[in-house]
Design a protein around this ligand. Structure first.
Ligand code: GAL
Length: 667
């Protein structure tokens, strides 16, 4: 159940505040400017360990007392970080065994951040001691609204291959399998003489002459995600001991981050908080943003979530860091709100003068306040106040797009039919097609309760447990529609193939049998007899009860079925070109009774999402319409446009780059 930062009225607005980088006179300017911008929540102390504990066991809180008092005096609430994401140099020197070791066996040295091994006992003890000291010190401080444990767990040190990690991996495997026979069975160690006779023989998947046992690799991903979750849990317990009523969260990196299984993390957080950065050169960056927003809302079980970080303009870590064009930051921010965020925060408040992130944009840029960025920051603060009534409302979605970190890890393991398969790309294909049609989707775990959806899409769900397969079968039997993409249902949770023809877990449901996989050469294309084009993949499919909707017109399986339908279970055996997938999904949506948000597909580049107030029997609703394109557009809508206060009667005009949020009439 989501817990919101204590005492923040309206939507949250603010960013990471790193006052230790600035002299005190700048702090006074900061709080004045924060008020001007309407900031009500800042994240303080994310990288302050060296300032809070300059020597082992010697804590210095006076400066932080002053910062918190100052913020409180100006009515700004604090998301207080535990500062554990960057152990200071003294710590690494004192505990050299806590340094992380990469896959190649190289030690990663201090002088950056996240220089620790997640399994290091010294690190965990140091982090808990710091978190606990902060909790004791600031329990009851009136500025404290929320705890921000660590920062982006696993961002740089998701997998550590040191000996302590090896020991922890063995302990985790013992708990998972109980005995070595079960492990040998699950890992299929009869292959290549890999049978283990003693737990001490089991190491992390370190470099080997050739492919390392795939189930071992898969378990390593599971272990690593859990190991960092243990770090979070340890901090959370320390914090909760002293401040049980203050919510605790950490910032996730959905949807691009592969390392952590956020489905297992989500129930442990009081609030889903996320960091999202546009890839500046991606022309569809706004669709990638929408995917992240949809995933966060889904991780939050449909409840509001918090955008903890994004950028006002350029970042510093891409090959070319493109500045945002006028209006783009506003569109990005409100697009997150459209998808369920009840707050918009940035990295960071004031642009750093020194360090690796000095060219990363911020709310207060190097050039000061006579700038596009500052004007947009102030204006956005005003707009968030104007639309505060959307707070707590939910987003309508009738479609679930399956998303599973375990399936992601497994499908991208080595020694597979094609190294070109990217799970994220395939999920994105489907999400983008829905986005363009104006259909909002939740993301869902394959074992989740799917009852409220009409349609479920399963992009290359390679690994599926028996329970998840039964869940999907039950969904279709209960009247739901399901679309499954190639290379799905292939293996069980141990990465062992389901025999008798692919897709083992879904053969009967789909009424097909795949005899052999025919991935395409790099850049290869196949034509289908309905005019569609496929890439990446093809399969020798036999219809076994299913109707054949399209056949391969050329390529290695010419004449064979490419797209099939068995009642309301659809199968697609290639990667359709975006327009072709769009057409197919439009047909599938129509069949499933899923309509676009505005009745028909919005004009190109226009995003349309509806939020609805669950409190009034769902009667109050808001239509968010964002024109990301260069052409003026219009949508059907009626009501009060909140940003301008204009009445909209039937037709909502959306100039290029515009955003409208309409409180709808008569719902
Ligand atoms: C995030 C991180 C921030 C900052 C930001 C830059 O990954 O949490 O501290 O580094 O990226 O984009």
């Amino acid at each position: 159940m989501t817990r919101w930062p204590e005492g923040v009225g309206g939507l949250c607005y603010g960013g990471d505040y790193n006052p230790e980088q600035w002299p005190r006179d700048v702090w006074l300017q900061d709080v004045r400017l924060m008020r001007e911008a309407g900031v009500n929540l800042v994240t303080v102390g994310v990288f302050s360990w060296a300032w809070l504990e300059p020597e082992d066991g010697r804590f210095e809180f006076d400066w932080l007392d002053d910062v918190l008092d100052l913020l409180h005096g100006h009515g700004i609430r604090v998301d207080l970080a535990t500062a554990t994401a960057a152990p200071p140099p003294w710590f690494s020197r004192r505990h050299p065994e806590s340094l992380p070791v990469d896959f190649q066996g190289r030690t990663l040295w201090p002088g950056s951040r996240q220089t620790f091994c997640p399994s290091s006992a010294a690190y965990r003890a140091g982090a808990v001691r710091l978190a606990e000291s902060l909790a004791k010190r600031y329990a009851g401080h009136p500025a404290l609204a929320m705890w921000h444990a660590h920062n982006e767990y696993g961002c740089h040190n998701g997998h550590c291959f040191c000996d302590a990690s090896a020991e922890a991996f063995r302990a985790w495997l013992r708990r998972r399998y109980g005995d070595l026979d079960a492990l040998n069975q699950a890992w299929g160690t009869a292959f290549w003489s890999q049978r283990y006779g003693d737990w001490d023989e089991v190491d992390p998947p370190r470099p080997a002459p050739t492919f390392v046992n795939p189930t071992k690799q898969l378990d390593w991903w599971r272990f690593s995600s859990n190991e960092l979750l243990e770090c979070f849990r340890a901090e959370r317990e320390a914090l909760a001991r002293h401040t049980p009523s203050i919510p605790i969260t950490t910032n996730l990196m959905a949807a691009r981050f592969k390392t952590l299984d956020y489905w297992s993390w989500a129930p442990e957080l009081d609030l889903i908080a996320n960091d999202h950065y546009l890839i500046g050169e991606d022309p569809d960056g706004h669709i990638d943003l929408a995917l992240a927003g949809d995933l966060c809302r889904s991780l939050a079980g449909g409840q509001p979530w918090l955008l903890m970080e994004h950028s006002t303009s350029a970042v510093n870590w891409q090959p070319r860091n493109l500045a945002k064009l006028p209006g783009q930051m506003r569109r990005n921010s409100l697009a997150h709100v459209a998808r369920g965020a009840d707050g918009v925060l940035f990295f960071q408040w004031r642009q750093s003068r020194a360090g690796s992130e000095k060219f990363h944009s911020a709310m207060v840029p190097h050039a000061g306040t006579r700038t596009k960025v500052w004007r947009e920051v102030v204006s956005l603060g005003g707009e968030l106040r104007r639309i505060a009534e959307v707070k707590g409302s939910r987003v309508d979605a009738e479609v679930a797009l399956l998303w599973d970190w375990e399936a992601w890890w497994a499908v991208e393991l080595d020694s597979h039919p094609s190294a070109d398969l990217s799970y994220l790309e395939l999920v994105r294909d489907h999400h983008a097609a829905l986005w363009r049609r104006g259909v909002t989707a939740d993301l869902a775990h394959p074992s989740a309760d799917l009852e409220r959806y009409r349609l479920v899409l399963a992009p290359s769900l390679y690994l599926v447990s028996d329970a998840a397969a039964a869940n999907l079968r039950g969904f279709v039997e209960a009247g739901g529609s399901l679309l499954v993409q190639f290379f799905s249902g292939i293996v069980d949770q141990h990465d062992q193939v389901r025999l008798g023809g692919y897709p083992g877990a879904f053969r009967e449901l789909l009424g097909i049998r795949v005899e052999e996989l025919f991935p395409l050469p790099a850049g290869g294309r196949v034509r289908l007899d309905d005019g569609s084009t496929g890439s990446l993949w093809s399969e020798l499919v036999h219809a076994d009860g299913a109707e054949v909707l399209a056949r391969y017109a050329d390529g290695p399986v010419a004449g064979g079925p490419a797209v099939t339908r068995n009642g309301s279970a659809w199968y697609v055996s290639t990667r359709l070109a975006p327009a072709d997938l769009g057409r197919l999904l439009a047909r599938v949506c129509d069949h499933a009774g899923v309509a676009p948000v505005c009745g028909s597909a919005p004009p190109p580049g226009v995003e349309a999402v509806r939020r609805r107030d669950p409190g009034q029997g769902g009667r109050a609703s808001w239509l968010f319409a964002i024109n990301h394109g260069d052409e003026p557009a219009a949508l059907e809508a009626s009501g009060l446009e909140l940003l301008t206060g204009a009445e909209v009667a039937g037709r909502l005009a959306l100039p290029a780059g515009a955003v409208a949020i309409v409180r709808e009439d008569g719902a």
